[in-house]
Design a protein. Structure first.
Length: 749
């Protein structure tokens, strides 16, 4: 969210751009008869004048290009004479080489092989008279007007072009997670000028059947050809050609001029279409009318990537899918989309400016709203999916009064793993040199992990509880991301709760439960420069079930990975969760992004040795969970895993589909989400930071909010999230191994 606010603020200032007028050096191709203002080669002259760290000018086939590269490796390539963005490779994965080309660009056919089709192109056509529909930019070359950078985290190049009485500026900006293109048109003439315009992006997708758009539900659209441009992959006539959707199907698109409302959240783009999403021109005559959304998302399930397209200044959204016509360019699929002003021309009066912009941003390695799950094709359905509900192994099988729930809590039998008393000196000598230090606290030991960039994590032994994760922030200091409380127990001992913990329960054929609670340090790998891995191990008394917990601290991520090995001769059934208490200013200021479309089940809060539950979180309150306790009385859960709850009148209230993509967590809630994206984001507007929560192996996401009735920045200022397997237990056969992990990513650096 902070990144997005930075973008919007930057774009707002960018669209009122005012730079001193430098001596312009014209960038021309060899075929142009216009001479340059220097005897140096064009790229050298441009580099000398505008070259900066991250901004490099070069030539290809005597055509000048500029390449922008920010600190994280994201880059773009801009062909200067026609202001054509031919490449955009953002970093979309956490790995070092996690760059992906997202633009679809091919060499242009014909006499000029130095030009390209596709990419991101600016289209400005003259609409002053009905007969004048040609491009205003045809025959004009762009020149470099200015360039700027901000510590290689924000790069910007401004091009300019004069077409008749119009002065046009085109600003291309690159950031770590976005690309922005903004146009400013000034009318220096004496008459009004009418323009149709667009910034059209040709985006690359891996599979035709896995291509979609999200976020246009409720928007009006009609079939419409694209604006003609020199960058088009499909001409307006090709884009409007009908195509059968199957052997016995027919074209599903309405005829041009017939307006329809989008009635599903996801638009699949495997079939051919060419649409404009906009308010119908007749509606715009009314005092109040609906406009298309300012942003929407492209979904590429083949690569599990999503990109958010934001429009500014433009009135319409253009979207086209080529269908089978994409095959003439190769195996990959593409779409064409972007902000436009097509239906109603923009009128610029003498001496006035018009501005428009597009931002393509992502948080694929932060996980904003990627809707990638096995039920991807069923997102348009609003009907909740029914699942079995199972008894939670940490709840007594009898009905509990929640006020006394801690006293009546029936925990599974915990087998003690024999281990030597923790010798801090031995650990220091055995595992030194990896960026980990050890400190003894009574019978316990604290392992402190620290990286050179300031990231730290604290792990307690033998409990395996992660009590602290401090991450560096954009403002230069480190901030604690976990919520941990220390209180006095009945015998005067210190009771530590919160943090990140494992709550696992195993059961064999004899229905003998066991949970790992004591952990032994097995290995430490890595170093303080890159990452540190601490491996813990816990086994039952017969060494038939082995659980490994690997805690990895990276520069911007904390990962908890578990592996469960069944060495028994009989099957093993287990349930559990990796539970994380994330500190926030207040649940009222906290929002969850990316859970829209996920199915949820309202359940009583997970109870574990390290869980934090407010004392007033009981059946007497009027919250959603309080009512759930009243309705269920825990009588709806039968003792024993795998038994389905009885259906009753409250079932519909216990299950549903999340319809909020930006969900405020101010109310008390305890839910398990299924069919949820692998990553989602928690944003704390009070502390102005965010945490991206990701998972591997687990099918469920648990979320618990204590509500906003407590003191801000207080004991209950946290949100609990967990990657779980509670609704559907895991079955492990003899000799089988299961692995799963949770990622807490810090996107605030």
């Amino acid at each position: 969210m902070l990144t997005r606010l930075f973008f919007l603020q930057t774009m707002a200032s960018l669209l009122s751009f005012s730079l001193p007028k430098p001596n312009i050096i014209k960038a021309v191709s060899a075929s142009s008869a216009t001479p340059t203002t220097t005897t140096l080669p064009t790229s050298e002259a441009l580099d000398e004048k505008f070259g900066r760290k991250g901004i490099k000018f070069s030539e290809s086939n005597n055509v000048p290009f500029v390449e922008l590269t920010v600190r994280n490796g994201s880059s773009l390539k801009l062909r200067i004479p026609d202001a054509h963005v031919t490449s955009y490779k953002p970093k979309v994965y956490w790995k070092d080489d996690g760059l992906e080309e997202i633009l679809y660009t091919v060499p242009a056919a014909g006499t000029d092989s130095t030009k390209f089709k596709g990419g991101i192109g600016l289209v400005i056509n003259d609409a002053t008279e009905k007969s004048s529909k040609g491009s205003l930019l045809s025959g004009y070359d762009w020149t470099v007007k200015d360039a700027d950078n901000d510590a290689i985290d924000a790069l910007q190049v401004e091009l300019s072009c004069t077409a008749g009485t119009l002065d046009i500026s085109y600003v291309v900006s690159l950031y770590p997670v976005s690309i922005a293109t903004a146009v400013i048109v000034r009318n220096n003439g004496r008459k009004d000028v009418s323009l149709t315009s667009a910034i059209l992006s040709h985006l690359n997708f891996k599979k035709r059947s896995r291509t979609a758009i999200h976020g246009l539900r409720g928007c009006s659209y009609c079939s419409h050809p694209p604006l003609s441009s020199p960058f088009e992959l499909l001409s307006p006539s090709e884009a409007m050609k009908t195509e059968s959707s199957g052997w016995f199907g027919s074209d599903n698109e309405e005829k041009p001029g017939v307006w329809t409302k989008q009635d599903v959240p996801i638009t699949m783009l495997k079939d051919k279409l060419s649409r404009v999403y906009a308010a119908p021109p007749s509606e715009r005559l009314k005092p109040i009318f609906d406009t298309p959304p300012s942003k929407y998302e492209t979904l590429d399930q083949g690569r599990e990537l999503s990109f958010r397209v934001i429009r500014m200044g433009f009135q319409d959204i253009y979207l086209s899918s080529p269908g089978s016509l994409a095959e003439k360019y190769g195996r990959d699929y593409f779409i064409c989309t972007g902000p436009a002003s097509m239906l109603v021309p923009v009128v610029i009066k003498p001496g006035e400016n018009w501005r428009g912009a597009q931002v393509i941003e992502h948080d694929n390695f932060m996980a904003y709203s990627s809707l990638f799950s096995p039920s991807f094709t069923h997102f348009s359905s609003a009907r909740p999916i029914s699942h079995h509900l199972y008894y939670h192994p940490y709840l007594s099988s009898t009905s509990l009064q929640y006020n006394n729930i801690r006293k009546e809590l029936s925990l599974p039998y915990v087998a003690s793993v024999p281990y030597q008393p923790i010798n801090v000196d031995y650990l220091e000598g055995e595992f030194s040199g990896h960026g980990v230090t050890f400190e003894g606290i009574g019978d316990n030991c604290v392992a402190k992990m620290g990286l050179d960039n300031g990231s730290t994590a604290t792990l307690m032994l033998p409990s395996g509880l992660i009590t602290s994760y401090k991450a560096p922030m954009w403002h230069g200091s480190t901030v604690e991301l976990l919520h941990t409380s220390v209180s006095e127990g009945d015998d005067g001992e210190a009771v530590i709760q919160g943090g990140v913990s494992l709550a696992l329960n195993y059961e064999d054929d004899n229905e003998v439960p066991w949970s790992p609670s004591t952990w032994v340090l097995r290995d430490i790998r890595g170093n303080s420069k890159d990452s540190i891995k601490v491996e813990l191990i816990s086994s039952d008394t017969d060494n038939m079930v082995e659980t490994r917990h690997i805690v990895t601290l990276g520069e911007d991520i904390l990962t908890s990975e578990i592996s469960v090995t069944n060495s028994n001769s009989s099957p093993l059934q287990w349930t559990g969760s990796i539970i994380s208490h994330l500190t926030v200013s207040s649940p009222e200021a906290t929002y969850a992004l990316g859970l829209e479309g996920s199915n949820f089940h309202n359940v009583p809060p997970f109870l574990s040795n390290f869980g934090i539950i407010p004392s007033d979180f009981d059946e007497e309150n009027d919250s959603e969970i309080g009512q759930l306790w009243k309705q269920m009385g825990l009588k709806g859960f039968f003792s024993g895993l795998g038994q389905r709850n009885k259906k009753n009148a409250s079932e519909e209230e216990m299950e549903g589909e999340e319809d909020d993509g930006y969900k405020q967590l101010n109310e008390q809630m305890s839910r398990i989400y299924t069919c949820a994206p692998r990553f989602f984001t928690l944003i704390d507007r009070g502390r102005r930071n965010s945490v991206v929560v990701g998972r591997d192996g687990f099918d469920e996401v648990y979320m618990y909010s204590p509500g906003s009735s407590h003191e801000i920045y207080g004991e209950y200022s946290f949100i609990c999230v967990g990657q779980s397997t509670m609704l559907k237990p895991i079955m492990l056969g003899p000799g089988e191994v299961w692995r799963g992990s949770q990622h807490l990513h810090n996107p605030n650096m």
